[in-house]
Write a protein that binds this ligand. Structure first.
Ligand SMILES: Cc1cc2nc3c(=O)[nH]c(=O)nc-3n(C[C@H](O)[C@H](O)[C@H](O)COP(=O)(O)OP(=O)(O)OC[C@H]3O[C@@H](n4cnc5c(N)ncnc54)[C@H](O)[C@@H]3O)c2cc1C
Ligand code: SF4
Length: 457
């Protein structure tokens, strides 16, 4: 029950270290060799594999599964990683239920797909564990490319460019590379420092220098980069969060879900994190699910996710919604926040108004309200690019709905500048899509550079 008692109950140590370790254990423990063979045997090896079409990076899924069957794990990993260098992370974080596994023919026949994500992990884990090099660099081309942002889009682009023989410099403001793989993805999806190990593997190819503590908009401008490098790739992700549009959002007790998640991901001793007894999460996407489930895993008593429309309208997949509910998260639908209720300068509750859809699908308030007591309210209603932190970038690039407009090759409106990942318009805001953007941009940059050098020869 969610009570409206002003207790301001936020503290560390709600659960024992053992309990927290259990709650944050690997969400999908790896397959054993016999489980992998049984699952691989379920694949029909379809000629026009719909799973491959549904994978944003176009991995030859029947091909890698066939290699698992024949015991060629290294070859299987090569098939995966040659299309998606973050195949290890994607095996853990892809919403496969709406991507490759949704398209699996077994889903139609038996309501149970081949576990493609798990098989992908089975094939790629040994490669990363043993740091087995699978790719080599082409002879050096003498061309230099700047990559802005060391997240999935930037690292995927950098790796492919390095393979093609170009020299890459990645500019990354944070202490660690990996972007949201390191600072955002739920901790139970990527335990044991997997994100950092994957970054090391990617950089192991050579030819990529990462400069930490350097940002576009502070130490660098786009004009500097264009003058100093032969091509530029922008992969700075989403740098700000959407507000609720309410008074008092700076109030003690109101927080951005992504900031708390970043802190959680960087804290080794999770029992030491301050955790609220009553948590209210506003939003209906992956971030909302992640903060809700992780609050529960840290020991919050009451966690309620509140979404303004119906369950089918939520960005989080049905699987994720069910996952949150089985982890003890309550869901309140058709409600929007109206007022933060304050006690001694600190949040004590939040008032919601119930909503409904009008005949033309617009959202309207019903006038009915209710109150949820809350020690913390997490905002998880989406992220955006904070252009004011990026210098004059927004003025010199074409944007659409506040994101960078790119073509099929991920070229921006500015010659010599490419972009990909969450910062571009029309993407899926998924790790796998960011990896694909980086790869496509790298191929396009390579064509551009070769064309340029053949014209000047
Ligand atoms: C909480 C959360 C959970 C998620 N869970 C999943 C999931 O389970 N599965 C999934 O597929 N997707 C998930 N996503 C989405 C996924 O993480 C992103 O789509 C993906 O990380 C986008 O990659 P990117 O490289 O475009 O951006 P990012 O990962 O954000 O990386 C951008 C990089 O650019 C750097 N940067 C920022 N500003 C500058 C600057 N001015 N100059 C230079 N560098 C800069 C950043 O520090 C960062 O390293 C989640 C997102 C969030 C927020
Ligand atoms: S990268 Fe993701 S979508 Fe593609 S095959 Fe692997 S798990 Fe499926």
């Amino acid at each position: 029950m969610n009570s409206d008692k002003p207790t301001h109950d936020v503290r560390a140590g709600r659960l024992t270290e053992e309990k927290i370790a259990t709650n944050f254990a690997d969400m999908h423990p790896p397959l054993t060799p016999s489980e992998a063979i049984i699952d691989a045997d379920r694949c029909y090896f379809c000629y026009d594999a719909p799973c491959t079409t549904a994978c944003p990076t176009g991995i030859d899924i029947p091909g890698f599964i066939q290699k698992i069957r024949s015991g060629n794990l290294k070859g299987s990993a090569h098939t995966i990683l040659s299309e998606n260098i973050m195949g290890g992370m994607c095996a853990r974080v892809c919403p496969t239920e709406v991507l490759c596994e949704e398209a699996c023919v077994r889903t139609t026949h038996e309501d149970r797909p081949v576990r493609i994500g798990m098989l992908q992990r089975y094939a790629t884990d040994p490669i990363l564990e043993n740091n087995t090099p699978l790719f080599e660099r082409a002879p050096a081309t003498g061309c230099k490319v700047a990559v802005v942002g060391g997240g999935p889009a930037g690292l995927s682009c950098a790796h492919r460019l390095a393979m093609l023989g170009h020299a890459v410099t990645v500019f990354e403001p944070r202490e660690k590379s990996g972007g949201l793989n390191e600072y955002g993805i739920a901790a139970y999806k990527t335990p044991d420092d997997f994100a950092a190990r994957e970054v090391d593997y990617i950089l192991g190819i050579g030819g990529i220098e990462v400069r930490h503590g350097v940002s576009l908009g502070k130490e660098l401008t786009l004009a500097d980069l264009r003058a100093q490098y032969d091509a530029v790739f922008l992969g700075f992700g989403l740098t700000g969060v959407n507000g609720l549009g309410m008074d008092d959002e700076q109030l003690d007790g109101v927080a951005n879900a992504v900031d708390y998640i970043a802190m959680l991901r960087q804290t080794a001793d999770k029992a030491a994190l301050p955790v609220a007894r009553r948590v209210v999460v506003i939003g209906g996407g992956m971030t909302a699910i992640d903060i809700a489930v992780q609050s529960k895993a840290l020991g919050s008593d009451e966690v309620t996710m509140v979404y303004r429309r119906g369950q089918e309208d939520m960005n989080a997949s049905g699987y994720e919604q069910e996952f949150a509910q089985t982890r003890g998260v309550s869901l309140r639908l058709w409600s929007r926040p109206r007022k933060l209720l304050v006690d001694a300068g600190r949040l004590r509750a939040i008032e919601f108004e119930t909503t409904r859809a009008t005949a033309n699908g617009q959202l309207e308030g019903t006038g009915e309200t209710y109150v949820l007591g809350a020690d913390v309210v997490f905002k998880a209603i989406g992220q955006k690019v904070l252009w004011e932190g990026l210098g004059d970038t927004a003025q010199i690039l074409d944007l659409k709905q506040d994101r960078i407009l790119v073509d099929d090759e991920r070229r921006t409106s500015l010659p010599g500048v490419w972009a990909g990942g969450d910062c571009v318009y029309g993407g899926e805001d998924l790790t796998v899509s960011a990896v694909q953007d980086g790869k496509l941009a790298a191929f396009s940059i390579d064509r551009f550079l070769k064309d340029k050098s053949s014209r000047s020869a």
